[in-house]
Design a protein around this ligand. Structure first.
Ligand SMILES: C[S@@+](CC[C@H](N)C(=O)[O-])C[C@H]1O[C@@H](n2cnc3c(N)ncnc32)[C@H](O)[C@@H]1O
Ligand SMILES: Nc1nc2[nH]cc(C(=O)O)c2c(=O)[nH]1
Ligand code: SF4
Ligand SMILES: [Mg+2]
Length: 218
């Protein structure tokens, strides 16, 4: 059984695949936070900007088989040329994404991207793996396509993650979890300046912005 909070067709807003059309499959549940506000302060990951509780979002639900979920995601992809792309996120997608689902997505013609906190092993067959480390949570994935660190995290300086092999190293300015998607976010503006300065001083790091929030899309 796979539990999905929501699924939607949009442009990937972050990282090296930014601007690419994708169906996002947001899995329910995370291993670093319950998703309940009352638990946020005590959570390992306390800055999450996402609601991943339950299965009640747009196109969310429970799927008994990998084929059922792959068909559901396929139905959100337009009938037009271009390689279908699914981004598995959450919550923490590696709590649920297994080889059977990878095979079902591939069988439906999808390339598979994954957004993970890096604390759980990844199954084989992922086409684009993005690891976003969190302070206080040991990363067990040693190699990925992109490492995307939310910045700043005082207990997780960028230098700490250069041992993880990646094609790209990104800093993504931390947004206030409490500010709605398109709202004015002075904390994020200040963090964007800090991330910019870090990238200027350390050119192996690149800046990425949450383009979907700028555009006002999902
Ligand atoms: C909601 S997480 C879900 C995937 C996975 N659990 C993870 O943390 O990578 C998706 C992306 O949003 C980032 N993110 C979460 N909260 C954020 C915030 N307040 N500001 C900027 N990025 C944030 C995460 O670091 C991750 O790259
Ligand atoms: N457009 C868009 N791009 C994204 N990239 C990562 C996202 C996520 O929440 O994992 C996300 C998201 O929620 N929307
Ligand atoms: S950012 Fe990722 S790891 Fe952190 S609570 Fe949200 S879903 Fe979990
Ligand atoms: Mg998001």
């Amino acid at each position: 059984m796979y539990r999905v909070k929501e699924a939607f067709y949009t442009l990937q807003g972050e990282g090296a695949q930014a601007g690419r059309a994708a169906v996002f499959c947001r899995f329910s549940k995370c291993n670093l936070w319950t998703g309940r506000e009352k638990d946020r302060a005590g959570a390992v990951c306390d800055f999450c900007d996402t609601d991943f509780v339950g299965t009640d979002g747009q196109n969310g639900g429970r799927f008994e088989t990998p084929e059922a979920l792959a068909t559901h995601i396929h139905n959100l992809w337009p009938a037009a040329p271009g390689t279908p792309y699914v981004v598995c996120t959450g919550g923490e997608p590696l709590l649920q994404l297994d080889k059977l689902l990878i095979d079902a997505f591939h069988g439906a013609g999808f390339e598979i991207g994954v957004e993970t906190n890096g604390t759980l092993a990844a199954p084989d067959g992922i086409d684009w793996l993005c690891v976003s480390p969190k302070a206080d949570a040991e990363v067990v994935i040693t190699e990925c396509d992109e490492l995307k660190l939310v910045y700043p995290q005082p207990l997780a300086p960028p230098e700490q993650f250069l041992g993880i092999r990646a094609r790209h190293y990104f800093l993504s300015p931390m947004a206030s979890p409490s500010v709605p998607e398109q709202g004015d976010d002075p904390v994020k503006r200040s963090n964007t300046r800090k991330a910019t300065d870090y990238c200027l001083a350390h050119p192996q790091w690149r800046l990425t912005l949450q383009m979907h929030k700028i555009l006002g899309i999902d």
